[in-house]
Design a protein around this ligand. Structure first.
Ligand SMILES: Cc1cc2nc3c(=O)[nH]c(=O)nc-3n(C[C@H](O)[C@H](O)[C@H](O)COP(=O)(O)OP(=O)(O)OC[C@H]3O[C@@H](n4cnc5c(N)ncnc54)[C@H](O)[C@@H]3O)c2cc1C
Length: 449
């Protein structure tokens, strides 16, 4: 079904006004549009691609996402399609020690621990549901619409496109190009513009670079990721089990992953912070090929496996790690009339690389703020209050994971001590348990005794 086109209705006539315009139909944009439409708001949802479309990703959908998948009405459909049900995460150290962290048993029982399935399929199910919600509420949906510019009130009742600066100006609409390079440009208007178009979002670019003259990209906080799909990898045959994160010596300071996505297909990938990758002589694709062909932990597992042609692709992950000189953390994500969500707001977890959950969470938060008439500044504050502690914590873990000796020591200890494995399961389950990581005494006790 997710390989078929989605009929999202005809393109509305240019010049129309909506309650909100959502730019981007990935998880962040779909969540924002879906929650607004469920409250009866008239939304224009614009997506550059036409479904079915691929999204380069590890394809793991964590527990955080599943409450949103349920609320948006997609959980049952998702469960009736092929997917891999995640029950645990296996970590390995550069020395080759393994530790398995079980996902919380209660969540596994409720089928809410985590899934892994191709984003082509996951995003299709979400977008298909949301485009219907949007249209039922009187809104409209455009596929194949490339948003080129943001419009701002010029203070005299007119509108300007997104050039120039001035923190006081208020977004009032967008310009979208339909039908490719030489296609027609249409304008649409709304008091709220939600930027959800990923790491190169034109709304984020306009707000950050043109209005505030703040940088969008930061190589210390952006990660490069490379993904391939393989068939026939040993140990990845089932539709239920563990996903694997390997801190391989040739890949540190980054990691190599094996995430089965059901029916014998595995998402195999590698990621590294961009400023650290700049110091390496090899590209991610070459590093991955070397691990698969030569590493003692993997070469036998891949001996009879084959890569699905055309699936080797790279993309970037904008991390949510706190930045030293930023006026807002992790960077500015709102201003007059603009709300950024997901990758457009740079919210990917800097340790695990998960971004789908935070895209859905921020999509809902932006929708809530719009429905309650709260200001974008309130949104910015609420967003960092909700996600800041775990993003900061994950950044600490990411920095620790750059040291091979520390990984060897920690994974070595954890592989022998059930108490550490339980602590890690707890940390996945609850925010309070994550707080324990900040307590030197708790960590010392758990690691040493
Ligand atoms: C290699 C790799 C591995 C990853 N692994 C995982 C993982 O296992 N689990 C996880 O949770 N996260 C993972 N992530 C992160 C995750 O993919 C993102 O955080 C997530 O997709 C963010 O969702 P989003 O809706 O904000 O943006 P996106 O998913 O990027 O969606 C943005 C949408 O906007 C559209 N768009 C772009 N430009 C325009 C435009 N001009 N006009 C209109 N529409 C536009 C795009 O076509 C796209 O559909 C990974 C990322 C990478 C690169």
């Amino acid at each position: 079904m997710w390989k078929q086109p989605i009929d999202s209705g005809s393109v509305p006539a240019g010049g129309e006004t909506y309650d909100a315009i959502v730019v981007g139909g990935g998880p962040g944009g779909s969540a924002a549009a879906g929650y607004l439409a469920m409250e009866g708001k008239r939304v224009l949802l614009i997506e550059k691609e036409t479904w079915p479309r691929d999204k380069i990703c590890g394809d793991a959908v964590g527990g955080k996402s599943l409450s949103h998948v349920k609320e948006l009405g997609v959980k049952e459909t998702l469960e009736s399609t092929p997917h891999f049900r995640v029950t645990g995460i296996v970590f390995s150290s550069p020395k080759g020690h393994n530790v398995r962290v079980a996902l919380p048993e209660e969540d596994v029982q409720r089928l809410e621990a985590g899934y892994s399935l191709p984003r082509q399929q996951f995003d299709y199910l979400l977008f298909n549901q949301v485009q219907q919600l949007v249209r039922d509420a009187g809104g409209a949906v455009i596929q194949g619409g490339d948003v080129r510019d943001v419009l701002y009130n010029d203070g005299a009742g007119g509108e300007d496109p997104g050039k120039g600066s001035g923190a006081q100006r208020h977004a009032s609409g967008i310009v979208v190009r339909i039908g490719g390079r030489n296609g027609e440009e249409l304008t649409f208007h709304a008091p709220n513009v939600i930027g959800a178009a990923g790491y190169r979002c034109p709304v984020a670019k306009s707000m950050l670079e043109e209005t505030y003259e703040e940088p969008m990209m930061d190589r210390d906080h952006y990660c490069a990721g490379y993904r391939e799909y393989w068939r026939g990898v040993k140990g990845c045959e089932d539709n239920v089990g563990d996903i694997e994160i390997h801190f391989v010596d040739t890949v540190i300071p980054g990691y190599f992953w094996l995430f089965p996505v059901a029916e014998g297909v595995v998402n195999v990938g590698i990621g590294m912070v961009m400023s650290l990758l700049d110091k390496q002589s090899k590209k991610l694709k070459a590093l991955q090929a070397e691990v698969i062909a030569e590493h003692p932990l993997f070469k036998d597992r891949f001996a009879e496996a084959t890569m699905i042609p055309g699936t080797g692709k790279g993309w970037q992950l904008p991390f949510g790690s706190p930045r030293k000189k930023a006026s807002k953390q992790p960077r500015r994500s709102a201003s007059n009339g603009i709300f950024l969500v997901g990758d457009a707001a740079s919210l990917v977890d800097p340790f695990s690389g998960e971004g789908v959950g935070n895209a859905l969470v921020s999509g809902e938060m932006a929708a809530q703020h719009i429905m309650e008439g709260k200001s974008p500044e309130d949104y910015q504050e609420a967003l960092w209050k909700a996600l800041g502690p775990e993003l900061t914590n994950s950044f600490r873990m990411q920095k620790m994971s750059r040291r091979a000796w520390l990984l060897n020591w920690f994974v070595g200890k954890a592989s022998k001590k059930p108490a550490i494995q339980e602590m890690m399961t707890e940390m996945i389950a609850s925010k309070e348990a994550q707080e324990n990581l900040h307590s030197p005494w708790f960590m010392f006790k758990t690691l040493m005794f």
